[in-house]
Design a protein around this ligand. Structure first.
Ligand SMILES: [Zn+2]
Length: 480
């Protein structure tokens, strides 16, 4: 049985405060050290550092050493990607003859028991203990340069001042890291318990195969993260966990040929939106994501694409650019998601206020009310006009023509008052995120949502009549 974390948050807090004095390890806020701590916790099936016992740590040392003595780990992974020439883990190729689980166990124990030197500076990572007397280089701690590269740190300082406990924890990083696209991936989070969720799969893979996890063969770190987020939000209905969560991905390589790090920060509103989308409208969210590849994958191809190819929707979300255009599928004239998901995105991510959104939806409904009186082919042509607007004056003309149409059809109320018209066209113009193009996409969403079937029928007829080469249909589409 997996032990559950205490349900009562206040209890949890007081116990962690109480234990802070005695706990051997603490969360540090450093991704690599915290990743090592995550490995200890996952291996011991514990949830917070203060729950760890001496026995847990001893078992973890033995488990890690048993693996690290194997060739696939030492030369193929630790030396090649994380800690080149590591002496502690004996990944240095010159040590291959002496490398045994027992010898590595010995090194790790000694490291943990190393006496603190009170004259040494304070550890730059945890700030709790004195650092080791000698600085640490990249063979023992990823990405901190070598003794031969004194310009790595400010003031030509030599190496990293780190305490033996932080250094000990880093030695467990290889167990929880994912191998993604020829590099190593660590997902650092706040709250820290989310990191346990995101890295649990890595430890499970290690337990099953005795090999480091390859993240289901994902080649792109952000794609893997979005996939995990989707699964986790459906599994754990914990809004509180996502509401205040922060995630940063560290995708790096540290070997003798090169040291490189890519940092991907996931903006908080994007996390909240992804969690919401995966839970409230998973089909819609999948259709939106599928729009992010130039060639649309079929239902069967989706997972392959997701594992292998850069996705524009993910990239834009991470770059804090609008993904509104992906909510509609102009080619197939359909809304990709539910209005409620669009509304959540607009308010949570784009920062559009609820009233403005309601107003635009209302205008959309008035457009529908007008157009639905037309025969299919005319209906289709009018919508095409809106789809093709590229300039503000064309957008204006669409409304002016529609107003005339309403008069011709004998609809009593005007489409919009003058003030409303001005609002639609200009008042969002100042904000790049909420320009008239945003309004155009929202209106099209509403029109497609309500008139999709008739529009598609009309498009098919048009296609037959005009042999329109423009309407090619990619993929299979997703039928509900
Ligand atoms: Zn430390």
């Amino acid at each position: 049985m997996r032990r559950q974390p205490p349900k009562n948050p206040s209890l949890h807090k007081s116990s962690s405060e109480h234990n802070e004095k005695v706990s051997l390890f603490n969360w540090t806020g450093h991704p690599f050290v915290d990743a090592g701590l995550v490995a200890l916790l996952l291996l011991s099936k514990k949830h917070s550092p203060e729950e760890l016992t001496g026995e847990d740590i001893e078992k973890a040392i033995e488990f890690a050493s048993m693996l690290y003595a194997r060739k696939e780990w030492s030369s193929g992974y630790i030396h090649a990607m994380i800690l080149p020439n590591s002496g502690i883990l004996m990944a240095n190729p010159s040590m291959s003859k002496k490398r045994t689980p027992e010898a590595i166990v010995q090194n790790l124990r000694e490291l943990l028991q190393e006496p603190e030197d009170p004259s040494a500076p304070i550890c730059e990572i945890c700030g709790r203990r004195h650092s080791r007397s000698k600085p640490v280089y990249r063979s023992d701690f990823p990405l901190v340069g070598t003794g031969g590269v004194p310009n790595y740190f400010p003031l030509a300082k030599d190496g990293l001042n780190v305490c033996s406990h932080c250094l000990f924890l880093v030695q467990f990083l290889p167990l929880v890291a994912y191998k993604v696209g020829g590099r190593v991936l660590v997902m650092h989070t706040y709250p820290y318990e989310l990191m346990l969720e995101l890295h649990g799969e890595a430890i499970n893979d290690v337990r099953k195969s005795f090999l480091a996890s390859n993240a289901r063969d994902f080649k792109r770190p952000e794609n893997f993260l979005f996939r995990l987020l989707g699964e986790l939000t459906r599994k754990t209905e914990r809004n509180d966990l996502w509401g205040r969560a922060s995630i940063t991905l560290y995708h790096f390589v540290n070997n003798n040929q090169g040291q490189d790090l890519q940092i991907i920060h996931v903006p908080m509103p994007v996390l909240r939106f992804t969690a919401h989308a995966s839970r409230e409208d998973p089909k819609g969210w999948k259709r939106i994501v599928a729009m992010g590849w130039r060639k649309r994958p079929s239902e069967e191809e989706f997972e392959k694409y997701e594992r292998s190819y850069t996705n524009e929707v993910y990239a834009k979300l991470l770059a804090e650019e609008s993904i509104l255009p992906y909510f509609i599928d102009i080619k197939n004239r359909r809304a990709n998601a539910k209005w409620s998901l669009l509304s959540f995105y607009c308010s949570e991510v784009l920062g559009l206020d609820k009233e403005a959104l309601e107003f635009i939806r209302d205008v959309g409904d008035r457009i529908v009310e007008t157009l639905e009186k037309l025969p299919d082919n005319q209906l289709s042509r009018r919508v095409r006009e809106l789809e093709r607007t590229e300039k503000l004056y064309q957008f204006e003309a669409f409304f002016v023509n529609l107003e005339k149409l309403r008069q011709r059809l004998g609809i009593e109320k005007p489409l919009m008052t003058f003030d409303e018209f001005a609002t639609v066209l200009t008042s969002y113009g100042e904000d790049l995120n909420v320009s008239w193009r945003t309004v155009k996409h929202l209106l099209l969403f509403r029109v497609y949502e309500r008139l999709h079937d008739r529009l598609m029928k009309a498009s098919e007829e048009e296609e037959e009549v005009e042999e329109n080469e423009e309407v090619g249909i990619f993929g299979m589409g997703v039928e509900e």
